[in-house]
Design a protein around this ligand. Sequence first.
Ligand code: UD1
Length: 372
Amino acid sequence: MCVVGARPNFMKMAPILRALAAHQPPLAALLVHTGQHYDQGMSHQLFEDLGLPRPDLNLEVGSGSHAVQTAEVMRRFEPALDAHQPACVLVVGDVNSTLACTLVAVKKGVPVVHVEAGLRSYDRKMPEEINRVLTDQVADRLYTTERSALDNLLREGIAPERVCFAGNVMIDSLVDNRPHARPIADTLRAHGIDPALIAQPQGYGVVTLHRPSNVDDAETLRGLLGVLGEVAAQLPLVFALHPRTRNNIERFGLGGLIDPQRMALLPPQGYLEMLGLLRDATLVLTDSGGLQEETTALGVPCLTLRENTERPITAEQGTNTLVGRDAQAIRNGVAEILRGDGKRGRVPELWDGHAADRIAADLWQWLGAGAP
Ligand code: UD1
């Protein structure tokens, strides 16, 4: 039983489902969508872009506080698990749905498989960090994306036999879909924006922001929009707005800080649109986990507006630089890239488009050996 809930889960699950089906013999999978994300832009469009099948079950939990959302997923997932009696529950990433379904399964004695295990920001104020630590603690089979993840898991007392370094399934999706990325000019035109905005000698930058620590506090968000305005004066920006961020800009009355002549605001983008925006960008400014990895795989310089990252390989080997929320650090990072001194990086080990095949092969063996 394969579980997805929120946007960053979908690009991880698509290659896994394909690899399970292509495995000889095939591994049968049932897809459960918890409904944590439910909009056309946050969910349906991505299913379509990624060729994900319609979920066999949709729990339709929707939005809520962490407690309400997590509890509601648990309450609705339990009868589904009872009805289908899967050999294991496979969860990906670090969203509330990941932890909620893990808790239900493990307490019923159903083995849990966690894809993207062992990533740690060591910042327990991040809800995702709590989800990661707790999921890994009780999962039976753990697939990691980078070698440092094993060290994190060992530190938490997890037996190394439970861990398998499989590579990065998110990059499987990127490799599969790169040829189909939608040109940015088409995306802008589709939203009534003249592509002349980005036809500048220095190109354009892409922005995404949605972490509660960056967008839920009015003064923090005001400060970030102020610096982005300065950056936009030098380099036109395309800002794909998460609903949390859009709501907060409205609620805090910060819309005036955005100059539409220099910063194109877009609604949440489909996977192929986002890939098109990223692929040709001069730089990316983001607080997303996934974008840190995707820019590393694409070789595009990325400035991460966070103090820490749970994906250290993107900074050590890839194109990622942590700049936090400090205005001067952001300005310096942008200036460096515009001078042509941005990180070039290299693609990390096993980010090769075949991570899901390795997971399917290992899972078959593991289940066959009477897991866990
Ligand atoms: C969640 C994940 C985060 C991930 C992010 C990607 C957790 C704890 N957080 O955060 O790790 O990086 O997804 O987007 O699981 N909303 C909509 N339409 C939707 C979904 C949400 O408008 O389809 C709005 C609602 O106002 C909701 C808010 O976005 O309250 C936040 O959604 P939620 O799923 O609670 O958290 P995210 O910030 O999206």
